[in-house]
Ligand binder design. Structure first.
Ligand code: HXC
Length: 510
């Protein structure tokens, strides 16, 4: 009996070594943790329960039957993050470069199936050379099985991908279908075709880092939602994110203990808006002053800075924030910001996370590059996302809300539940100057007259009261009481129930 117990321990020890000490050392030398070390940091201490530790590949080509490492290059199982359950897989680069075989894929699929069935997020730690070359189409089939599960899990359980090494070829499409992708700076990359193929086909010379590193995907392509300095920071930040999210679409987001007054008054907000309506100010200041304990988890911080997206808590409850940022492009909506915010709004709606929208938007960005790039369809994504969302929606217009962008930004007409405005709000079809130049075109040669018309337009429309008279604004509120008003609004909406008409699924303009 003792011998059998010993054999189990011995087998476990061998499995835990993955591809062996030499390859573990090589992994460490690159500044990367091993797959097991990553799981340890991600999950609560001693909470990890492993599946399929001894599963091995079935390949007999290229002498593969001689090397059958236990676990086949991926560690799978479940554990907890601050006591809440998550499923996890972590690819082991020390075993065949973390490459995906048929059996490696089966292990990932097993925990994904369980996550969907049992209602808990899936976190994938990716560090892989892609399809197991020795297995050919069996490996491609394995990928497609994972893809299919990503699709089935979408909107059912949160899916988070962390890219902690290579992720290339078709392999990128599994992370691409998850809700959030995080990358580790300088040690991870994602691309469909690598630098060598790029050189052959397009003659461009580019490094792996330039083509698909963390900076490229968080600043240029928007494929990734965040980049972190190293494995340790990335895993700590994933833990922080999970704390904001519900475990599945059947649950409400977690309510955490909070140590902040819901009615906290912030007098400094009364002077946040500059005297000059064209001067910028930092919308993040408002977000931080509204949030419980000033805690804000920003998503896509380095992309489309003209809109801010992320999570805060109000009275301990998760709230998604979408806010125009006057510091970047005057807070205009454009292609990139519309796409960024639309995806975020849809994520919140999938998982019953209420949405707070802070508005200071002079309109859509004009120009040929925007029109040729399809700003009509991309802007419609955000409009569509807000309009279909049934979660509690509270909107505060701090300053400008002009034109179509007024409608788009969670207006009353898109089923906003509470639509507040600060006294500094300007809600109109367009800015006074532009409006005057159109409706008083005949007076364009007369500067004095134009100045007067502009002033008249401003006096009439550059305020929140015309909209308030119509009931499009529920209340004009004092900036200093924004946290209290918004917290009370969301508290009153906790039992909100709103359903869209039955449909197979919608046809959002993609
Ligand atoms: C089998 C692989 C492998 C793979 C790496 N290894 N990739 N084994 N299949 N795809 C093995 C290596 O043989 C080596 O084994 C170990 O992993 C580490 O690899 P190195 O090359 O020594 O490491 P490094 O220099 O860090 O380079 C990592 C790498 C490189 C950039 C990932 O290995 C590489 O380019 N691999 C091939 C990538 C690729 O073309 N994959 C297929 C993509 S197509 P030993 O025994 O020496 O430790 C694809 C299609 C998916 O993925 C489609 C889905 C629809």
């Amino acid at each position: 009996m003792k011998d059998i117990l010993k054999e189990l321990e011995d087998r476990r020890d061998v499995a835990r070594l993955g591809g062996g000490q030499r390859r573990i050392d090589a992994q460490h030398a690159k500044g990367k943790l091993t797959a097991r070390e990553r799981i340890e940091l991600l999950l609560d201490e001693d909470s990890f329960e492993e599946f399929d530790m001894f599963k091995a590949h079935r390949c007999t080509e290229f002498g593969m039957q001689e090397q059958k490492p236990a676990g086949d290059g991926v560690i799978t199982g479940w554990g907890t993050i601050n006591g809440r359950m998550v499923y996890v897989y972590s690819q082991d680069f020390t075993v065949f470069g973390g490459s995906l075989s048929e059996t490696h894929a089966e292990k990932i699929c097993k925990i994904m199936d369980m996550a969907i069935q049992n209602g808990a997020p899936v976190i994938g730690l990716n560090d892989s050379g892609g399809a197991r070359i020795q297995e050919g189409v069996a490996s491609l089939a394995g990928y497609a099985e994972v893809f299919q599960r990503n699709i089935m899990a979408s909107g059912v359980v949160p899916q988070i991908s962390v890219i902690m090494g290579p992720c290339a070829g078709g392999a990128v499409y599994s992370p691409a279908m998850t809700d959030f992708i995080f990358m580790v700076k300088d040690s991870s990359y994602m691309f469909v075709t690598g630098p060598d193929v790029v050189k052959t086909v397009t003659n461009e010379v580019v490094t792996a880092e330039e083509l698909g590193g963390a900076s490229t995907h968080t600043k240029k392509s928007s494929v990734a939602d965040g980049a972190f300095e190293n494995d340790v920071e990335a895993l700590a930040e994933v833990r922080r994110l999970v704390d904001f999210l519900p475990l599945s679409n059947k649950e409400k987001p977690p309510v955490r203990p909070f140590f902040d007054q819901p009615g906290r008054v912030e007098d400094s907000l009364d002077t946040l808006i500059p005297e000059n309506p064209n001067s910028p100010y930092d919308m993040k200041e408002l977000i931080l002053k509204v949030a419980d304990e000033g805690d804000f988890y920003e998503i896509q911080e380095d992309y489309a800075g003209n809109i801010i997206t992320g999570f805060i808590r109000l009275e301990g409850q998760t709230v998604g924030v979408v806010a125009n940022q006057p510091m970047v492009l005057a807070g205009c909506l454009d292609i990139d910001s519309s796409r960024k915010a639309a995806r975020f709004v849809r994520f919140c709606d999938c998982f019953e996370i209420p949405i707070l929208t802070l508005v200071d938007v002079p309109g859509f960005l004009p120009g040929t590059s925007q029109e040729y790039g399809g700003v009509i369809k991309h802007g419609a994504k955000l409009l569509f996302a807000y309009g279909e969302a049934t979660v509690p929606k509270v909107t505060v217009i701090t300053r400008k809300a002009y034109g179509g962008a007024y409608d788009v930004m969670a207006s009353k007409h898109l089923r906003g539940d509470f639509n507040y405005a600060w006294p500094t709000a300007e809600i109109a079809v367009m800015g006074a100057k532009g409006a005057t130049e159109i409706i008083h075109r005949a007076d364009l040669g007369d500067a004095e007259k134009i100045a007067q018309h502009t002033q008249d337009y401003e006096d009439r429309f550059a305020n929140p009261f015309v909209a308030a008279e119509r009931g499009f604004i529920d209340e004009v509120i004092m900036p200093h009481s924004t946290r209290r008003r918004v917290s009370r609004a969301f508290a009153s909406l906790r039992n909100k129930s709103l359903k869209n008409p039955w449909k197979k699924h919608d046809n959002i303009p993609l």
